[in-house]
Write a protein of this length. Structure first.
Length: 252
């Protein structure tokens, strides 16, 4: 059975989508069938893999019952990596989903028929703890939490961990935290070093050894519709994401 990872943090701009796209690409390049599911209405992961954000069917059609997940899968330019794209209509799902009985189980049920086709499934979550993120946490086996190495990134961690505990207790007892990944790290600044130290001291067993540096190539890659490992495979960002993918696989 494949493993499902949610990439989640209620704070925006911490590198969730960049991490989801690039870890998925690295795992696929390593030879594992991989699926990236974009459940963010902004559809940045979809665009970041070169797909249009207004195409159909999408994950919105799947969650609304108008399509099945298998029919919504799209190929990418990376062998063994497939995409279940988002659509801006997903914004309405935050209102529509809670009206349905058992709505928090919809994504899990939708992915069940295709889950075993993939060794790894990554769910790119929106920057909130709303219905779509809850659906992802219920569907996931593990959570990866990107943490930007800036002060305010620390502020939301306690709230996120409380939400994870609630989901574990009430909806998905198998959910565990795979790890926290420090992103947009500029080792030249004292702030970044201080934040890294604080996070590692508070969560010594959870923080991945790999740190994702602040890197121009990582920021450029989405505008070309490709992960950074294809945009510039030899840059510092590519090296870091390859190392992170190894750590994710090693943690099982």
């Amino acid at each position: 059975m494949g493993t499902v990872y949610a990439i989640a943090n209620q704070k925006g701009g911490v590198g969730k989508t960049t991490t989801a796209v690039n870890v998925a690409a690295c795992i696929a390049e390593a030879g594992y069938p991989t699926l990236l599911v974009d459940i963010d209405p902004q559809a940045n992961a979809t665009v970041g893999l070169g797909a249009p954000k207004d195409g159909h069917p999408s994950i919105y059609d799947v969650l609304s019952g108008e399509a099945d997940a298998a029919s919504a899968l799209r190929d990418t330019e990376i062998d063994r990596l497939r995409l279940l794209p988002a659509h801006p209509d997903l914004a309405g799902a935050n209102v529509e989903l809670p009206r349905q009985p058992g709505s928090e189980q919809l994504l899990r049920q939708a992915l069940a028929p295709i889950r075993d086709r993939f060794a790894y499934t990554l769910l790119d979550c929106p920057p909130s703890l709303g219905p779509l993120t809850v659906n992802a946490l219920v569907a996931a086996d593990r959570v990866i939490v990107p943490v930007q190495t800036e002060y305010f990134a620390l502020e939301g961690l306690a709230g996120l961990l409380d939400t994870l505990s609630l989901v574990q207790r009430e909806l998905n007892p198998r959910l565990t935290v795979a790890g926290m990944i420090l992103t947009m790290h500029d080792g030249r600044t004292r702030l970044a070093r201080d934040v890294e130290r604080e996070v590692r001291e508070h969560f010594p067993s959870l923080v991945f050894e790999t740190v994702i540096p602040r890197n121009v190539r990582v920021g450029e890659a989405p505008s070309f519709g490709r992960p950074v490992i294809h945009h510039d495979p030899h840059c510092a960002g590519s090296d870091a994401y390859f190392e992170l993918a190894k750590e994710v696989a090693a943690r099982g």
